[in-house]
Design a protein around this ligand. Structure first.
Ligand code: SME
Length: 170
């Protein structure tokens, strides 16, 4: 019972932090139509809000088979990731969230940083079906992310895809 309550409390505070950061992002981006500015703001706000986010940023879908790094926070990231490589490539290719509790168990994981243990990558797709980017969050903690992270990051990326659907700046 105690354990259940503690688990719930952890989830509530995680969800609470997401609610707060989402409000801040929506206020900061109100009236903004520049997609690069939006990605930079989202990376900064998400990274600052969660202490287990050690690399937080975007890879832009610049063609139908290549991602190039966009705005991010954390140590330097790989610059280019083809769709057929890594966790980010898998998210871009499948347009499905990649939830990876142990990066060493993911075939083809690209180790931009040797300290990364777990990650979640969420595609940003417009309602018209155009892939704009993927949001990549890496942690040095094993299994750092849970279903709250996945649901909140997916909701945020869905909102970004709808809000910046018309952008030509990839
Ligand atoms: N781990 C990612 C590469 C990106 S970085 O770690 C910043 C991947 O396997 O796609």
């Amino acid at each position: 019972m105690l354990e259940d309550n503690q688990t719930t409390a952890v989830h509530q505070s995680r969800a609470g932090r997401y609610a707060e950061v989402r409000r801040r992002i929506e206020v900061l981006l109100e009236g903004e139509d520049d997609w690069i500015a939006a990605m930079a703001t989202v990376a900064c706000e998400l990274h600052g809000a969660h202490d287990y986010f050690h690399w937080t940023g975007f890879y832009r879908a610049v063609s139908d088979d290549l991602l190039i790094v966009g705005p991010y926070q954390g140590g330097h990231g790989c610059l280019r990731i083809p769709f057929d490589r890594g966790v980010c490539g898998a998210a871009a290719r499948s347009r499905q969230t990649q939830f990876v509790p142990d990066v060493n168990a993911f075939p083809g994981h690209i180790a931009c940083s040797s300290t990364t243990q777990s990650e979640v990558v969420v595609p940003v797709v417009t309602p018209q079906g155009r892939l704009l980017a993927v949001l990549d969050v890496d942690s040095d903690d094993p299994a750092a992310f849970d279903e709250v992270d996945q649901a909140e990051l997916e909701s945020l990326c869905d909102w970004l895809g709808r809000t910046f659907a018309e952008t030509q700046a990839l």
